[in-house]
Write a new protein. Structure first.
Length: 497
């Protein structure tokens, strides 16, 4: 008898402790006021019992890891819980229940009275979001329109935010919140994880939207200077002499296939001398100013150039190679992703690129091709960076990209090393390539234009045949409208009444 009294007292003490730590069935809403300290949950009152065999009572919602008390309007003799892993229910006395939410899910409770009439109570256990709401209040106090709700094992964020950076911050906090119970170390889910086994995996769904998405226009100026300098000097000579039955000859050909500057040939004895000299200067200037616009947080791209198809060999199922055409783009391309931050700052991830066809190409020899085929090759200059700046500010990417110096000397052994006269027995090729590329990028915050915005073509007037063929005018002239007659002057003086 003493053991039963002691157990009943321990059970009553547990119920009293549950009352001190209990939570109401309602979910905390994310509001603008500061988070209040947790208070003792009010005791819930169950529905009145009907005279039927079974009665379906209103649904009871619990928070995971939190407990509450429920008073019954009748005396219960026995009970049954559908899923003990979701909720734990203890009958403290015939008219009072103790409920504990163990894991996210739903179950039901059946209670019988003395007349063996059943009352069914649906129980739903949701994730406790009071801690996350308090963190939002503390760290994101300016975001007052964000709501936190739960759907089964999913945490749902909804409402509107000021910019996309706040969305990333809220998602980081929510992901950290739902993962807090992994490994048995959880704030509110720790008890449920230890009692119910492994903590279920929670998910976060982002249903928020940006209140007023900003549009960013990007101005890109591409400037490139490429200079080529080449100097060539070569000598080719030959001499032959016949002495009896012997013929002696001296040949020196150190030239390229370029046309010669000076030729001398003796037809009697076959002696010849050729001097080749060449100097080439090349200058290429590239300037492009593409403009592209995108919404904050979205990627935009721009390409001013063309496409070329390159043959690519591929083997089919029978092992026979087939030729397919692969598409390759070239020109001035820009990819950027703007993100508008607080205070008008713009976080910009930009990747400009300039590519063009190489005039030399790549020579190949393949079956079915007579001679050597030239495949196109590309020269590409690319840069990728992430910066932060304000509206209208510019930054530059680039500098000295390439500075190549190539020198080739072909000489006859020993004779080409003789001072002064050795120049007749050697050929020199000197080439310098310099290329400098600069990207200047300027972002602007823009707003949509009105519907009646004037276009550049609004002022164009098609010329008449006489203006086009006789006057050579490409644009017509607007006819002067006749001057309107001057309106009669209005009444003057004072109006006396």
């Amino acid at each position: 008898m003493t053991g039963k009294c002691t157990g009943r007292r321990a059970l009553m003490a547990l119920a009293a402790l549950a009352c001190c730590t209990g939570m109401t069935a309602t979910e905390p809403a994310f509001a603008a006021t500061a988070a209040k300290a947790p208070t003792r949950a009010p005791v819930q009152t169950g529905p009145a019992r009907s005279s039927g065999v079974s009665t379906l009572a209103p649904k009871v919602t619990l928070s995971e890891g939190k407990s509450t008390l429920m008073r019954l309007p009748f005396a219960a003799t026995r009970m049954s819980v559908g899923d003990a892993k979701v909720a734990d229910v203890i009958l403290l006395n015939p008219s009072e229940l103790y409920m504990l939410g163990k894991s996210v899910g739903s179950t039901n409770l059946i209670l019988w009275n003395k007349a063996n009439e059943a009352t069914i109570i649906d129980i739903a256990v949701d994730l406790d979001t009071s801690g996350l709401a308090a963190r939002f209040e503390q760290l994101l106090a300016e975001e007052k329109e964000v709501k936190i709700t739960t759907a089964a094992d999913t945490l749902v964020l909804s409402g509107t935010v000021s910019d996309v950076t706040k969305v990333d911050q809220m998602m980081a906090l929510a992901n950290a919140y739902v993962q807090r119970g992994k490994g048995g170390a959880g704030e509110a889910a720790g008890g449920a994880a230890s009692a119910g086994g492994q903590q279920p995996t929670m998910k976060v769904i982002n249903m928020t939207s940006v209140a007023a998405p900003q549009q960013v226009m990007l101005e890109v100026r591409v400037a490139e200077i490429s200079k080529t300098l080449a100097d060539q000097l070569g000598v080719s000579m030959g001499a032959s002499r016949t002495n009896g039955s012997w013929t002696y000859s001296f040949l020196s050909n150190l030239l390229t296939s370029n046309p010669s500057l000076l030729d001398a040939f003796n037809g009697k004895n076959g002696n010849f001398l050729t001097i080749d000299a060449q100097k080439r200067d090349g200058l290429v200037k590239v300037l492009a100013e593409p403009t592209v616009m995108a919404i904050s947080g979205q990627e935009a791209s721009f390409l001013a150039g063309g496409k070329i198809f390159i043959p690519v060999s591929q083997a089919n199922n029978n092992g026979v190679p087939t030729i397919t055409l692969e598409e390759k783009e070239f020109g001035v391309a820009v990819k950027f992703t703007p993100t508008v931050l607080a205070g008008g700052r713009i976080n910009l991830k930009v990747a400009p690129e300039v590519s063009d066809l190489n005039k030399e190409g790549i020579g190949i020899t393949a079956t079915g091709i007579n001679g050597t085929a030239i495949l196109p090759s590309f020269t590409t200059r690319r840069a990728t960076t992430t910066v932060q700046l304000f509206d209208g500010q510019s930054f530059a990417i680039g500098g000295l990209i390439k500075n190549n110096v190539t020198t080739n000397v072909k000489a006859f052994p020993v004779l080409g090393e003789i001072p002064v006269l050795g120049a007749l027995f050697r050929s020199t090729d000197f080439q310098t390539d310099r290329s400098e590329l600069v990207f200047i990028i300027t972002p602007h915050l823009v707003k949509p234009l009105p519907a009646d915005y004037k276009l550049p073509t609004d002022g164009y007037i098609e010329p008449s045949r006489s203006q086009l063929f006789l006057g050579g005018q490409l644009q017509g002239q607007r006819r002067a409208e006749p001057a309107q007659a001057a309106a009669a002057p209005g009444p003057t003086g004072f109006d006396l009444k």
